[in-house]
Design a protein around this ligand. Structure first.
Ligand code: SF4
Length: 243
């Protein structure tokens, strides 16, 4: 129960006592001190909590990928974002820099975010896996199951209003669904009570530019869900290609 709920319940209880004619309530010094400590404890800073997770990821040896990585890639961005983008796994550029989505696919994602009227600093970007699979192969089920608790912790701290799952592997990792992304994309789903929009991975959009229109339509659905203004068609931020 949150401190706000406790205070609200306490106020209601005291009000009921007052209506019953109670003029005075005795409270021990120990109870008051314990209550004061609880009330005065500031909520943990999400940035610090995310840094602690990143530090644990940097030491992680839970799956064999730790032996081939250059850097871990915990993800980065706004610690209180409205939108969280989740991809598959770091590639070569990400492994070298320790940052998510900084290669060609990342640049495409950046353009898409900008065309949504946002910046990368306003969203959080992460992957299912925090270490690069050799030769950019798909994550193995055992790797995903060992790594997912980190992402779950991040999602719980970030508490975004919308998650955008980039590609079938992201949807598989988060929801256990193995349906092809072509059939899932554009349909609202839910992860731990958070609205989730599956769409194509930017790497796929680089290979199949004709799919960018579908992804842009998914991003417009995200903006609509968030009550944000839609970029005007024909303007740079409203081009149908979305990237
Ligand atoms: S991929 Fe995840 S589980 Fe595997 S070593 Fe890296 S951080 Fe640990």
């Amino acid at each position: 129960m949150s401190i706000q709920q406790i205070l609200s319940d306490l106020a209601g209880h005291l009000e009921a006592l007052r209506e019953d004619g109670v003029k005075r309530v005795s409270v021990s010094r120990e109870t008051l001190e314990a209550f004061g400590r609880h009330v005065n404890t500031p909520p943990p800073d999400p940035r610090l909590r995310l840094e602690k997770i990143a530090a644990r990821i940097a030491r992680c040896t839970l799956c064999p990928l730790h032996s081939t990585r250059t850097n871990t890639v915990p993800g980065q961005g706004n610690p209180a974002p409205e939108i969280m983008f989740i991809g598959e796994a770091p590639g070569e550029d990400e492994d070298l820099q320790g940052l998510a989505f900084v290669g060609k696919a990342g640049q495409l994602l950046s353009r898409m975010i900008e065309r949504m009227g946002l910046t990368r600093d306003e969203v959080f970007i992460a992957n299912i896996l925090k270490c690069r699979p050799p030769d950019n192969r798909k994550p193995l089920p055992g790797e995903m199951s060992r790594c997912l608790p980190y992402l779950r912790e991040q999602v719980a701290i970030l508490n975004p209003r919308v998650i955008v799952a980039l590609g079938g592997t992201a949807v598989h990792g988060l929801l256990g669904l193995e349906t092809g992304i072509t059939r899932m994309r554009g349909k609202w789903m839910s992860f731990n009570g958070i609205d989730l929009m599956p769409t194509f991975h930017p790497s796929y959009l680089l290979r199949v530019p004709s799919a960018r229109h579908d992804t842009w339509s998914d991003m417009l659905a995200v903006l609509t869900k968030l009550g944000k203004p839609l970029p005007k068609p024909g303007t740079r931020s409203g081009e149908a290609s979305g990237a």
